[in-house]
Design a protein around this ligand. Structure first.
Ligand code: SF4
Ligand code: SF4
Length: 325
């Protein structure tokens, strides 16, 4: 049936012993005729499973708008009418899951179809399942990875269609903080994603697109002079550290907070618990290390294996607080 309706790349899997089968197929509902194709397939499926074999269209996953028009064929007119009466008794205003389980519209399965326009090849495979959300540090503060992708898709759809420029501008503007600034670009989302999507990598790309020529050249300079920049940053933290030994910490914070306000948040916040870090460790290749690579990292022997410690730039620049602030 899948082949007959043009879903040649569909897959069937499930629990055949229990007579419970799943299938998945993909289609692009933005193409003309795809909704009609799905409509014809759904009707044929309902006839085959419910009418011809007296089976159930849904076994484990509940029902939904894709199945709602076929519930009557499965259960019969009498039982279906009873379901509506029970629903009306408990939910007379149809507030609960409106139109999802029971819906008199026999075309509801091909209405309001969610389109997933191509937006960025890094995330185009996203199925918006939300598995990545619990891993994201900015989820529930601003946007989750899934939401960053959904908003990116909608922005690209609006850009391509020219449908609503005012809405596009609002989304583009609001995405700066909610989508770009508050993403840690940690890619923890990719560890949970069934297709390994790195939302953080997409965000880094989008940040880059919004940078002007000056920002690009400053970033390029910093990338080419990492050692010097790191030393300077560490010096800045050490300076703030030293300032606190002369001026009380609340005053230092008040000064930097005022500077932040005056410069539009361009001056970094100085937390009283921030201390400068130890810098890059000196290379200490072990005598037993046969490679003697000379890498600028400490190499230790545990008796069984060598351990190479690469401290991150954050660990090199920032130290532990002397005491809890
Ligand atoms: S887990 Fe992957 S596929 Fe699912 S919403 Fe997140 S990014 Fe998309
Ligand atoms: S990269 Fe961004 S979206 Fe992904 S988990 Fe980190 S903060 Fe969340």
């Amino acid at each position: 049936m899948l082949d007959a309706h043009g879903y040649e790349d569909a897959v069937i899997f499930g629990h055949a012993l229990a007579g419970n089968l799943h299938f998945q197929m993909g289609d692009d509902f933005s193409k003309p005729g795809s909704a009609e194709k799905f409509d014809a397939f759904s009707k044929a499926l309902s006839d085959l499973v419910s009418v011809q074999y007296g089976g159930s269209l849904k076994a484990e996953h509940g029902t939904g708008r894709a199945i709602a028009p076929f519930v009557e064929a499965e259960w019969g007119a009498k039982a279906y009418a009873l379901m509506h009466r029970i629903k009306a008794l408990f939910d007379p205003e149809f507030l609960l899951n409106p139109g999802v389980l029971l819906n008199p519209d026999d075309k509801i399965h091909v209405k309001h179809l969610k389109l997933m326009p191509l937006a960025d090849e890094l995330v185009d495979l996203c199925i918006e399942c939300g598995f990545c959300e619990p891993a994201c540090p900015s989820h529930q503060m601003t946007l989750s990875p899934r939401q960053r992708i959904a908003v990116t898709r909608e922005r690209e759809r609006l850009r391509a269609s020219g449908e609503d420029p005012a809405r596009l501008k609002r989304l583009d503007d609001d995405f700066q903080y909610a989508g770009l600034d508050t993403c840690a670009a940690c890619n923890l989302c990719s560890l949970r994603c069934p297709v390994g999507i790195e939302t953080g990598t997409m965000i880094i790309g989008q940040r880059g697109q919004r940078r002007g020529a000056t920002a690009r050249s400053v970033a390029g300079f910093a990338a080419d002079h990492r050692g010097a920049v790191e030393t300077m940053m560490r010096g800045g933290v050490a300076l703030a550290d030293a300032a606190r030994s002369v001026i009380p910490a609340p005053a230092v914070e008040a000064i930097t907070d005022t500077a932040r306000r005056l410069t539009g948040d361009r001056v970094p916040r100085v937390s009283r618990s921030l201390r400068h870090g130890p810098g890059a460790p000196r290379a200490k290749p072990s005598r037993q290390d046969p490679r003697q690579t000379g890498f600028p990292v400490p190499v230790a022997q545990t008796g069984r294996q060598s351990i190479v410690y690469f401290p991150s730039c954050a660990t090199r620049m920032f130290g532990a607080p002397k005491k809890r602030a």
